[in-house]
Design a protein around this ligand. Structure first.
Ligand code: E4P
Length: 216
């Protein structure tokens, strides 16, 4: 399973890259807004300088023409930019057009297997089911992820399944168990994946014993 960073924060992306945990990056308008008054294209270019894998840049137009125009502009920023389009009728029409021009599209805001099938048929390179946001309304995001993986296995569609809206390590573990192609995670979740109290306790004990034995 590939690890994407679900952030637009350059410091977090650099830190994950040093750990070999930044196979790609997903941004969205809310994540870009958190970075303050940055120029969008310059910021995406800076991320692409750090990460050689796919970097998603989301369109903000609501009509097909606007999405396609933005998509072409974003794809020109760097060769690893993937255009992110919402799972709306306009978004899938734009996806189909951009795909026909050789531009990769990540279809975002997917909340049903039916939507995921439509995205694959439209030519999406990635489909992003949002696990956490389904959990937030009392549904089970992992069941959706499992459904999509099961359906996609029946065909040789090129669309990779990108588990998104991941909120905790259990989401990441279960996505890996199901064979999701990618999990995109906030840096906080990657950090949580490191943690185990017995690792900390064991390491402290090893070092204490080493020092007690007179070694430096
Ligand atoms: C990723 O591509 C999505 O934009 C992201 O995972 C959304 O996560 P959230 O539900 O935590 O905002």
């Amino acid at each position: 399973m590939k690890f994407f960073l679900d952030t637009a924060n350059v410091k977090e992306i650099s830190e994950a890259a040093k750990l070999g945990l930044a196979d790609g990056v997903t941004t969205n308008p809310s994540l870009i807004a958190k970075e303050g008054d940055v120029d969008f294209k310059t910021h995406i270019a800076a991320i692409c300088d750090i990460v050689s894998g796919p970097v998603s840049a989301e369109v903000t137009s609501e009509d097909v023409e606007g999405m396609v125009r933005e998509g072409r502009e974003y794809a020109a920023i760097a060769k690893n930019v993937v255009v992110k389009c919402p799972l709306t009728r306009a978004g899938l029409t734009a996806t189909h057009q951009l795909d026909s021009e050789g531009i990769k599209v990540n279809v975002t805001l997917c909340f049903s297997a039916a939507q995921a099938i439509l995205a694959a048929k439209a030519g999406a390179s990635f489909i992003s089911p949002f696990l956490g946001r389904l959990d937030d309304i009392g549904e089970n995001g992992l069941l959706l992820l499992g459904d999509i993986i099961e359906v996609y296995r029946n065909y040789d569609w090129k669309t990779e399944v990108l588990a998104a809206s991941i909120r905790h390590p259990i989401h990441a573990i279960e996505a890996a168990r199901m064979g999701a192609d990618i999990a995109t995670m906030p840096f906080k979740v990657i950090d949580q994946m490191f943690n185990h109290p017995l690792t900390d306790k064991g390491q402290a004990q090893f070092l204490a014993d080493w020092r007690k034995s007179g070694r430096k």
